[in-house]
Design a protein around this ligand. Structure first.
Ligand code: HEM
Ligand code: HEM
Length: 238
């Protein structure tokens, strides 16, 4: 079948406009929160590791270099950025667009959704060749972010505030509000340290998989990823 030049132009124009189709997904406060939160988690992981595994002794008076003191000041400062940021993120789930609710609400009663989680799992494992197209998070990413980040953040804030309360004293707001964490692990302070520290390794695993998936999906999936978390716009490749 022969087509005129005008028809070909028209076809090209339509194809081009489809290629350029973009949808605004992540609003500015969410994007800002994402990058501040990423920085906070990185600082918390490094300082937390060093609190639990201090560096070999450095020379001079401890009070002169105040090494552990600075590590703790940094840990606690970023802990508040992390914790208040998380509260702000919950607020945004109420007032933001529908994508802002994805990491809090999972459609777990939908068999179709679980089917798509399974499909994405096969896609990530290179078992299937064809990824589906998503405007928000794909179901697999949504499940992982809920389990590792949303639940994980609550867990780290509760165990962290319990340890903080212990240092502040039993009259402090932190101890009064979070002493139940000690009871939950058998009344043992060392256990809370251990559970909080365990959270560090879970966090590290999540971040490694998350960053790998972000780059991999940016290259291999049918939509933009990293630029979407920068500009807010999702673009499609087909
Ligand atoms: C992603 C988030 C976080 C990570 C990865 C993290 C990691 C760690 C690690 C590995 C330790 C050392 C535990 C040990 O071996 O004793 C620690 C200690 C501690 N963290 Fe966190 N933490 C996080 C968030 C928080 C939050 C939100 C708070 C809340 C205030 C907090 C408060 C503390 C306190 C009080 C200590 C004990 C400090 C000490 O014993 O000198 N952390 N953290
Ligand atoms: C400690 C580091 C990080 C943490 C804890 C973290 C956490 C998260 C969370 C919780 C979300 C969901 C956002 C929401 O719906 O509210 C998200 C999304 C996203 N993150 Fe991160 N992130 C980190 C670092 C990074 C880095 C370094 C990159 C890029 C290389 C990245 C790329 C993305 C992208 C592209 C999305 C959106 C995914 C999609 O559109 O489905 N993240 N991240």
């Amino acid at each position: 079948m022969t087509t005129t030049l005008a028809e070909q132009d028209d076809f090209e124009a339509k194809r081009h406009s489809r290629l350029l189709k973009a949808i605004y997904v992540y609003e500015a406060p969410l994007r800002l929160w994402h990058w501040i939160n990423a920085l906070a988690v990185t600082v918390l992981a490094v300082t937390g590791y060093l609190i639990g595994t201090p560096l070999p002794g450095i020379g001079g008076e401890a009070s002169a270099h105040y090494m552990m003191g600075w590590l703790r000041v940094l840990h606690f400062s970023f802990a508040w950025i992390f914790a208040f940021g998380f509260v702000g993120r919950i607020y945004w789930a109420f007032v933001g667009n529908r994508h802002a609710r994805q990491i809090f609400l999972l459609p777990i009663t939908s068999a179709k959704w679980w089917g798509e989680v399974w499909h994405e799992m096969k896609w990530y494992l290179f078992i299937t060749r064809e990824p589906y197209k998503y405007v928000g998070h794909n179901p697999m990413a949504q499940l992982m972010m809920f389990l590792f980040f949303t639940i994980g953040a609550v867990y780290m804030i509760c165990t962290g505030c319990a340890l903080y309360g212990e240092a502040l004293g039993i009259d402090s707001w932190a101890y009064q509000s979070f002493s139940w964490v000690f009871t939950a692990v058998g009344g043992n302070s060392l256990q809370v340290h251990n559970w909080h520290r365990m959270g560090l390794w879970v966090t590290i695993i999540f971040v490694m998989l998350h960053v790998y998936a972000a780059f991999r999906e940016d290259i291999m999936s049918r939509q933009s990823l990293i630029s979407t978390m920068v500009s807010g716009w999702r673009m499609f490749k087909d």
